[in-house]
Write a protein that binds this ligand. Structure first.
Ligand code: SF4
Length: 370
């Protein structure tokens, strides 16, 4: 049953459907980009690419996709790998819960479903890290099931095409746009329809300076006709992005090895390695913060020396200034108290461990100073 979208200022559904069928799909057939995940399209390859493409640009994701598939060419290989190996291949892509969930889900499919990828939305969504969007993408792109996807690109295209007035942050907005996407879906040709909508959003209907003059849907687009496509999708103004000041120590022992700690799985960047440290508290000096954090995390007393560098990094919801200090052990042997594990590593071997982007700056600096 087709759910008719809630009324908006948009053009009639019939007109839009006709334009999608007669103009958008032929445009897509002519202009679609050659991308590695579009060849040999198995559920495994679609799944990896869709997860990588969340929050990541196509040009950034491409080399990661190739490397990942080379290292783990099949679901079985991925399931047999260690989490550290998977995180290492993901290093630098961010949002590491995607990699941890990918690994967990691969093991579940191999263990409980004899390595057969589920085809139905419900079974797909029961796997760790697979939400409504990824499930619809796998079901439609790999199995050509009639499900419409709704990602950032499709949301932008639909709000502009229909002149959708609701703010993106409202819960009803997603429901209404899913209804539009479902209503426009071309039954029996879901993979092509979904890819065409996403491709339009990526190639022409960009957030800034959309190329309306060459868009196949120009004639039926409300935002184009109103002359204000960039004002869609409507958004509530964002508040100020929080900023954190964080301290970390590069503790060096007599052998010249440095102390690194593995973050708890339950924490942000879980499973990755870091130079131990934490957030500055009110009234605390930076060296005192670093010493306190090392005591809490690893149970050691350290002598904090010179500041090595400050790393500035932006995450999706906050920014950090990471103050990094050289240090040496004064008392105690490290124990994993508030971390999953710890290691003494030579500077040369640091690259064997998966680190976040911010910590990789420290690794690079240490290697350069060697
Ligand atoms: S006409 Fe412009 S705003 Fe409308 S869908 Fe095409 S590129 Fe986007």
């Amino acid at each position: 049953m087709t759910i008719v979208p809630r009324a908006t200022a948009g053009p009639g559904l019939t007109r839009l459907r006709r334009a999608v069928r007669t103009r958008l799909l032929p445009w897509f057939d002519r202009h679609r980009r050659i991308l590695p995940w579009r060849n040999n399209r198995t559920a495994y390859r679609v799944w990896i690419s869709e997860l990588m493409l969340q929050q990541t640009r196509v040009d950034q994701a491409e080399p990661y996709f190739r490397r990942f598939l080379k290292r783990f060419p099949s679901l079985k290989c991925l399931a047999a790998a260690s989490q550290q190996d998977v995180l290492k291949q993901w290093e630098g892509l961010g949002y590491y819960s995607r990699a941890r969930n990918l690994h967990k889900a691969a093991r579940l499919i191999v263990r409980e479903q004899h390595g057969r990828f589920p085809r139905e939305l419900q079974s797909l969504q029961a796997l760790p890290g697979i939400g409504a969007y990824t499930a619809a993408a796998i079901a439609s792109l790999a199995f050509n099931k009639d499900h419409a996807v709704l990602d950032g690109n499709v949301i932008r295209v639909l709000t502009r095409l229909t002149g959708y007035p609701g703010e993106l942050q409202r819960t009803e907005t997603r429901r209404d746009l899913q209804a539009w996407a479902d209503a426009l879906l071309i039954k029996g040709d879901a993979a092509r329809y979904n890819e065409a909508m996403m491709e339009l959003g990526a190639m022409l209907c960009a957030p800034r300076n959309p190329r309306c003059a060459v868009c196949p849907l120009e004639g039926v687009c409300v935002a184009r006709q109103a002359g204000d496509p960039e004002s869609y999708p409507r958004r509530r103004p964002r508040g100020k992005v929080p900023h954190k000041v964080v301290g970390a120590a590069v503790v060096v022992n007599r052998k010249g090895e440095v102390l690194i700690a593995q973050r708890l799985d339950s924490s942000m960047l879980g499973g990755l390695w870091e130079f131990p440290g934490g957030t500055l508290e009110d009234g605390e000096t930076m060296p005192a913060c670093v010493a306190r954090e090392l005591k809490e995390e690893l149970g050691v007393d350290i002598e904090v020396g010179e500041r090595l560098m400050i790393v500035r990094h932006a995450y999706s919801h906050f920014t950090i200034a990471l103050h990094v200090y050289m240090a040496r052990l004064r008392k105690g042997r490290p124990r994993a108290i508030h971390c999953a594990d710890y290691r003494w590593s030579t500077i040369d071997r640091l690259r064997d461990f998966p680190f976040s982007r911010a910590d990789l700056h420290i690794v690079d600096r240490l290697k350069a100073d060697l």
